[in-house]
Design a protein around this ligand. Sequence first.
Ligand code: GLU
Length: 446
Amino acid sequence: MQTNSAAFLESVDHNFRHAMSFLELPEGLAERIIQCNSTYTVRFGVRLRGRMYSFVGWRSVHSEHWEPVKGGIRYASNADAEEVEALAALMTLKCSLVDVPFGGSKGALKIDPREWTPQELERITRRFTQELNKRGLIGPGVNVPAPDIGTGEREMAWMVDEYRRANPTEVINSRACVTGKPLSKGGIAGRTEATGRGVQFAIQSFLRDTRTPGLNGRRDLTGASVTVQGFGNVGYHAAKLLSEDDGARVTVVVERDGYVANPEGLSIEALKQHQTRTGSILGFEGATSFAGDMSGMEQSCDVLIPAAMENAIHAENAECIKAHLVVEAANGPVYFEADKMLRSRGVTILPDLYVNAGGVVVSYFEWVKNLTHIPFGLRERRRRERRNHTIATALERMTGKEFPADMRDEFLEGGAEIDLVRSGLEDVMRSTWTPCRPDGTATGTR
Ligand code: GLU
């Protein structure tokens, strides 16, 4: 029987070939583009708990048509080389779709992070970084990892630190060797929320575009019911932003041990606090818990957001999906056969290459910030504030009325890093959705 990662690789390959069939490429070119250039397997030992433990990891470079190559590093006990290759291919396609200047790469370490203490994880991560460094698989101009499932700011901080130790003569640009770092280590405001915020912008772009069916003809999310599968970084931020900013009701949240539901809409922040405190979403007092029940995604809803792993929606459960709109926040969450089945039933699917690109877009901003050595907005912020102040004063003099107090602060503010990052991300997501002017000519690239 085919493994999950083999099915994932097959699914990526199938979707790619389908897309290529719309282009007239010279013979053999599509084949060249989709093949993964190299996959490096690393095995290393770390002495922990009084004995030697062996670990295996991978870093796959899919395409070096742009360098550095870019993509996250995942810590998962079911990781394997095929999964990493499929994810690396998605990175190449994703970066090219949103026009950020990176080739695609991806990495994984076969490990369940919950089985190790933070001190142990730090030693394992540092050792893994040394191995990547030895092979030229990490560095600001060659290969720039980032967080993925099971990793976050903390792991990126360890990696940048280890890279800087190993390359003491390259210190000037060395912080750009990974993205998704904490602010204190050269990170950028808004990177952690970026993928979830990108999901929000993707849905907004879809609803705004009158060429699409919208949500059964509706053009906003007010009161719409949303199911989120996976309550990690991406699922949590998408759920939070859609409920707080767009008025959606997140009625179901699904995790690996079951799901929680509340038809009135869940309080996302309270649910996150419960999960952080107890290690599970189950038992949350603001919802009904369905422990061990794997049918969460099959509950009725307007929008389904799979935000966990690949192949979450497959040929066996696709018929049971009742959503009108499926938003692929994870990488490859809809297997290609399931994709066909859903579409034949009139379900709209927003694809992962676009939907979850927010993470790598803000990684790009972070990398640029590290290389330019200047925070976003530093040179313009005060000038903008002065100009806005002049406009507000002029309006007050001309009208004889005071500027509305509730708008004053927002209007005067010259743009902190977080505002500029969000605005840049929104621009990329919106311009990627509408790459053509009304007359059909391209709007040009960044
Ligand atoms: N792991 C994220 C992704 O799959 C982010 C990659 C990056 O920022 O390089 O897109």
